[in-house]
Each structure stands twice: as C-alpha cells, then as structure tokens.
Design a protein around this ligand. Structure first.
Ligand SMILES: Nc1nc(=O)c2c([nH]1)NC[C@@H]1CN(c3ccc(C(=O)N[C@@H](CCC(=O)O)C(=O)O)cc3)C=[N+]21
Ligand SMILES: [Mg+2]
Length: 293
C-alpha cells in the first residue's frame, strides 16, 4: 500500500460544515434559507434514493428543499410546467432535474428550460458551452465533475502540464470533467466505447478519471506508478459473503491499484459524497446571486 487514500466523506463533511455556516448567515440576513427544487420523474429506485440523499443533505446544512414528483408516464408539458413552477418560485434558488428521465421526455428541452440563474446542476447548454470555451466562465459547473476536481486539488495535484485520461464521455461526468481538466491546463485524452485499446492511453496517465460504470475495468498493470486516480464508478456487484449480499465496486481494480497509484479515491465514499456537496454549494451560490445580484 503506497497510495494516498482520497476520502471524499472527510472532504465533504468539512465543506458541508462551511456551507452550513454560510447558509445560516444567509438566512440570518434575508429571513429565508437558500432553497433547492428537485424534479423527479418516474419511480426508479436508484433515482428515488439519490433524491432522498440530496434532500437529507439539504436538511443537514440548513437548506430548504422542495420536490415535484411526476409519474413514469408524465408528459413533456407536465415536466416543463414543473420546471416553470420552480423557475418562478422565489423560495427556490436552485433546480435539479434528476436524470435519467423516461424516454418520452426530451431531455435537452427540459434542461434548456431551467432558468440560467437556477441551473445548479450546470447542465444548461449555455453553461456547458461556457465551460467548453476559452475566456468564458460558466455560472455553475456540474456537481460530479466539480467534485472530481476538488478531490484532485485535495490530493495536492495541480493538473497543469499533466497527462489526464478520462474514461467515458457522458454528458454528466466524462465530457464535463474532460473540459474542466482542459481548463486546468492538463493534456486531456478521452477514451470511450469505440477506443480500440484504452489501456495504451491509461499507461501514460498522470491523472486518471474513470467514469464508465464497469466494475474493476482498469487493471493494476495498466497504471503508471504515482498516477492519481479518481474513480467515479459506483457499481453494485453481487457478493454472497457481504452482509447485504452485494458490494460497491469502482471502475478501477482498487486492490491492485493502491500499491501503484500515488493517490486513489475510495468507493464508496469518494466521489459520491462530493457530488452532493457540490450541489449544496451551487445552491448556496445561486441564492447569493439571486438575492444580492
Ligand atoms: N440531475 C442529476 N444530477 C445528479 O447529480 C445526478 C443525477 N441527475 N442522476 C444520478 C446521479 C448519481 N448521483 C449520485 C449522488 C451521490 C452518490 C453517493 O453519495 N454515493 C455514495 C454511496 C451511496 C450508497 O451508499 O448507496 C458513495 O459513493 O459513497 C452517488 C451518485 C447524482 N446524480
Ligand atoms: Mg470556459
């Protein structure tokens, strides 16, 4: 074991303590707390759990939260009406549309309808566009990628001049984290399902962000000694010997990697708690912007 373990729970707790104090100061000054509006369409158990975790976190740090829950067969108009309701609600400063949404919903249209001032998920095309462009700064950046960047910083790593490899190109993690690493002056390679041999790129990586959702996909013998690994993968894997009958496994072979990497996040307890913390932080920021300009 040589790698520094990056514990997202510890970092998240510290940041949430700070958010709690700032939220209390905000409420003291304005007479109402920062508020998050969550829109959940359908009854997917994982999505329901994430929404519950986010609302519980709001409560813990003194943020108001409200939820609009719509049935699996909700129409586009109903989802847009929910967005509009939160857009117009002065007690709501941040809006989160839980993804994925059912197939009949046009996701881009819904995300584009979120007020730019309340886009705490950072998924509005204007915010993603500003993230991608030089000299433009998004108002909000997406929670999971921002959490990854904070953990890299916490590990004492400056991405500037480093080779960074991102596994995965999803709209919510892979693509934006690659843009953020680029912004931080890393040389960024994105590997995805059509990359013939991702291992050849991974071998050169000083920073590896894995977000493909394949348990233990990255093998220890692909790693450059000292690499900093941010493992976004949270894969539920059956394990009869575990108490619950399953365990959470990252995209990287943790047991092998911890003897080679310079630093590595733990799973669970790495990126997951940071995702929630960054959402809280963005909601606080949104409240300040809306209340104080
Ligand atoms: N609009 C939108 N914004 C999101 O931010 C968003 C989303 N949609 N859809 C789904 C994903 C997933 N997500 C997670 C949040 C916390 C943990 C988390 O805290 N996980 C714990 C483990 C949880 C457990 O114990 O079950 C951990 O990694 O330690 C994981 C995943 C946010 N998402
Ligand atoms: Mg930019």
């Amino acid at each position: 074991m040589t790698a520094q373990l990056i514990d997202g729970n510890v970092v998240a707790r510290r940041l949430q303590d700070d958010i709690q104090q700032q939220a209390a100061a905000f409420e003291e000054k304005h007479g109402y707390p920062p508020g998050l509006g969550v829109i959940l369409v359908g009854a997917d158990p994982a999505s329901q759990m994430y929404v519950r975790m986010k609302r519980r976190a709001c409560k813990r740090v003194g943020l108001h939260s409200a939820a609009i829950e719509l049935p699996e067969d909700a129409t586009q108009e109903e989802v847009l009406a929910a967005v509009q309701q939160f857009n117009e609600d002065s007690k709501i400063h941040g809006i989160l549309v839980q993804l994925p949404m059912p197939d009949q919903i046009d996701e881009e249209a819904v995300l584009s309808a979120v007020s730019l001032d309340k886009d705490v998920d950072g998924f509005h095309p204007v915010n993603i566009g500003a993230l991608a462009m030089k000299g433009r700064t998004p108002t909000f950046t997406p929670a999971t990628p921002t959490g990854c960047m904070v953990l890299i910083e916490e590990a004492g790593i400056d991405p500037s001049g480093k080779q960074a490899v991102v596994l995965g190109r999803s709209n919510i993690v892979g693509l934006p984290v690659a843009l953020m690493l680029n912004e931080a002056n890393a040389t960024v390679t994105i590997c995805h399902s059509r990359t013939p041999d991702a291992s050849s790129y991974i071998r050169e990586a000083d920073i590896l962000v894995a977000a493909i959702g394949k348990p233990n996909y990255v093998k220890a013998n692909w790693l450059k000694p000292g690499v900093v690994i941010i493992d976004v993968g949270t894969n539920k894997v059956d394990d009869p010997s575990a108490e619950k009958g399953y365990q959470w496994v990252g995209d990287v072979d943790f047991e092998g990697a911890k003897d080679i990497a310079g630093a590595i996040t733990i799973v669970p307890g790495g990126v997951g708690p940071m995702t929630i913390t960054m959402l809280l932080s963005n909601t606080l920021k949104a409240a300040h912007r809306l209340a104080e300009g």
